[in-house]
Each structure stands twice: as structure tokens, then as C-alpha cells.
Design a protein around this ligand. Structure first.
Ligand code: UT7
Length: 327
């Protein structure tokens, strides 16, 4: 693809210690463990401490990824952060993570691709390394949904949670990102969004009173699109790489709903043990779900160096995409 091959040199993740179970949610709103488990597969999720920000979670995951990559933080020359629950609307959460890592001077910016943030960031970092523009890029996906969820709205508050995953990408002898493909359809942007707080609906007392600063989702529409778009993206990267799905050792799909993952598993007739699922323990951490699942699976040795892994995600925008990684 370019002058240099690019690989993921190190993976890291951080999830907050505090666990919020479905049973605890039952005491906070009109919901039930039975509803949440049967409709989503989620049993519990992690909630950050009040003073912990998205950049704090991201910096913790980043330090682990840097250590796993076997490089010094000072060897990094770019930080990309994927988040939709960053510390501020601006400046970029990537700049805050850069500060926490003590890397003043190197460029740092955020990308806004919602749940597809990891795949957008991976694609971008791969291109920048392949072209020779940068040598070692830190990609941090971090979310703190708990800070901005409407705990009165059972439709979304039981789904989203906090966590961070990070990877270091760098030059390598062999290609580590065998294929990647990105897609978006802005005509569907109003089906999953935070309506208030931007230039469309600036913050005002009325806006806050009407709850428009909270995440809103048309769950059924998002579900339908997720089930068809992730396979579209996966097919695109399989064809780019000249691979059949059976040749992948593992698949990691965005962790939003177990039923979405099961529908894709059935479509490709995938053996269940090839498909990583951790949403039962972490819920939906948007951009962070895939890098958390990759880092955790490496830690538990479920996924090993050299394995071929397909990843696919779908989220707000709408955005969707997939990649094939040689771990
Ligand atoms: O990360 C970005 C991508 N996001 C996704 O991929 C999420 C996609 N969507 C989904 O995962 C599912 O659509 C949901 C989990 C959000 C909802 O599942 P569903 O099977 O589509 O349920 P529904 O929206 O049809 O709701 C069914 C019922 C409703 O009650 P009525 O109107 O039928 O009486 C809801 O009010 O379930 C009710 N409901 C709940 N009940 C108990 C909604 N949320 C809850 C809840 N507890 N937490």
C-alpha cells in the first residue's frame, strides 16, 4: 500500500473497577435483568469514578499499549484519539492524553466516528505509517458514557458504559493491517446522536430541560442497519485481502448487542469459539469495544501473536467499517 508496512506493535486496555449490574439498574429505573440480558446480552458494565475523565481512562490504556509495544513513550510521534464522550467538546481529548503522557510537542487530534472510531483510526494510522509520514502512532479509543447518560431513560442508559482500549502502530517487516474499509451514510445521522450542545442546538436552559443534551437512539433502525452493514464491510475487506472468512482465526465485532453478533455469526456460519464476546461484562463502550476485546484476548492468550483477526463495527453517523489484522 505504501513505502512501509504497518503493524500493531502493542495493545492495552483499561476498564474502571466499579461494576454496575443489571440488578442495580433495576433499583434505579423500570427495567429488569431478564429484559436486558434477553434483548442485549449485557449483564454488567463498568462505571468510572466521578473525577475520572475519558482522557484519564485513555492514558491508562495507552501506557499499557506503549509498554506492550516495547517502545518508550518518547518514540511516539502522533496521537489519535477516537471518542464521542471526550473531556470537552474541544479541545481534543488527544491533547489531554498527550499532556498526561508528558509528550508535549507531538501532534494530537481526535476523530469522531462513534462506535466505528477504532477502525477509522486504524485505517488513518496505517496510511500515515505506510506513507512514511509518522513512525509510531498511538491510537486511543476511550469513552466515559456514564457522565452524560440520562439515567431516567431505560432505552439507552442500560446499554452504554465506560472503558478504554489503545494500540501502538509502527513500521514492521511484514504487513499487519492486511485490509481495511470505511463507510458512512450521513442521511441517517438523526437515528443515533447527541442532538444538543453543538452549533445546531446550542446549550440553553430550554435545551437541557428537554433532555436534548443526552444521547438519543432509534434502537430498531440502528439494529437493522448494524446487522447488514457490518457484513458489507467484512465482505469488502475479505475481498481486498483475497481471503475467505474461514481463514480468519478470530472475529471481533463491535460489542453493542449479542443478538446483532449472533445474526452475523449465523450469516457466515461461524464457529462460536472464533467470535470474541465481552459485552456481557462491559456493555457498549463505543469506539473502545474492539481494542478492549483485542487487548483482553491477548492478555488471556485466547488470541495470540500471528493470529489473523477480522474486526467490524457500526455506529453513529452512520459510520461502519472493517479490517483484517495480523495480530
Ligand atoms: O453502538 C452503536 C450501535 N448500537 C446498536 O447497535 C444498538 C442497536 N439496537 C439494539 O441493540 C436494540 O434495538 C435495543 C437493545 C436498543 C432495543 O431492543 P429491541 O428488541 O429493539 O427493543 P424495542 O426497542 O423494540 O423495545 C421493546 C420494548 C419497549 O416497550 P413497548 O413499547 O413494546 O411496551 C420498550 O419501551 O422494551 C421496552 N424497553 C425496556 N424495557 C425494560 C426498552 N428499554 C428497556 C429496558 N428495560 N431497559
Amino acid at each position: 500500500m505504501g513505502i512501509y508496512n504497518c503493524s500493531l506493535l502493542g495493545y492495552g486496555y483499561y476498564v474502571p473497577e466499579t461494576i454496575l449490574t443489571n440488578a442495580q439498574l433495576e433499583t434505579m429505573m423500570d427495567t429488569s435483568d431478564e429484559w436486558i440480558v434477553s434483548r442485549t446480552g449485557i449483564k454488567e458494565r463498568r462505571i468510572a469514578a466521578r473525577e475520572q475523565t475519558a482522557s484519564d481512562l485513555g492514558a491508562l490504556a495507552a501506557r499499557k499499549a506503549i509498554a506492550a509495544a516495547g517502545i518508550q513513550a518518547a518514540d511516539l510521534d502522533l496521537i489519535i484519539t477516537a471518542t464521542i464522550t471526550g473531556d470537552y467538546i474541544w479541545p481534543a481529548t488527544a491533547c489531554r492524553i498527550q499532556d498526561k503522557l508528558g509528550l508535549h510537542g507531538i501532534p494530537a487530534f481526535d476523530i469522531s466516528a462513534a462506535c466505528t472510531g477504532f477502525i477509522y483510526g486504524l485505517n488513518m494510522a496505517r496510511g500515515l505509517i505506510a506513507s512514511g509520514s509518522y513512525k509510531n502512532i498511538l491510537l486511543v479509543c476511550t469513552e466515559k458514557f456514564s457522565a452524560g447518560l440520562n439515567w431516567q431513560d431505560r432505552n439507552v442508559s442500560v446499554l452504554f458504559a465506560d472503558g478504554a482500549g489503545a494500540v501502538v502502530l509502527g513500521r514492521s517487516a511484514d504487513e499487519g493491517v492486511l485490509a481495511s474499509a470505511l463507510f458512512a451514510d450521513g442521511s441517517k445521522s438523526d437515528l443515533l446522536l447527541q442532538p444538543g450542545g453543538g452549533s445546531c442546538k446550542p446549550i440553553s436552559a430550554e435545551l437541557v430541560a428537554s433532555g436534548q443534551h443526552y444521547l438519543q437512539m432509534n434502537g430498531k433502525e440502528v439494529y437493522m442497519h448494524a446487522v447488514s452493514k457490518m457484513p458489507q464491510a467484512l465482505d469488502a475487506v475479505l475481498s481486498q485481502a483475497g481471503l475467505a472468512v474461514e481463514q480468519l482465526d478470530h472475529l471481533v465485532f463491535h460489542q453493542a448487542n449479542l443478538r446483532i453478533i449472533q445474526a452475523i455469526v449465523q450469516r457466515y456460519r461461524l464457529p462460536a469459539d472464533k467470535v470474541v464476546v465481552n459485552l456481557d461484562r462491559y456493555g457498549n463502550t463505543s469506539a473502545a469495544t474492539i481494542p478492549i476485546a483485542l487487548a483482553e484476548s491477548l492478555e488471556s492468550r485466547r488470541i495470540k501473536r500471528g493470529d489473523l483477526v477480522g474486526v467490524a463495527a457500526f455506529g453513529g453517523g452512520f459510520t461502519w467499517g472493517a479490517a483484517i489484522i495480523r495480530i
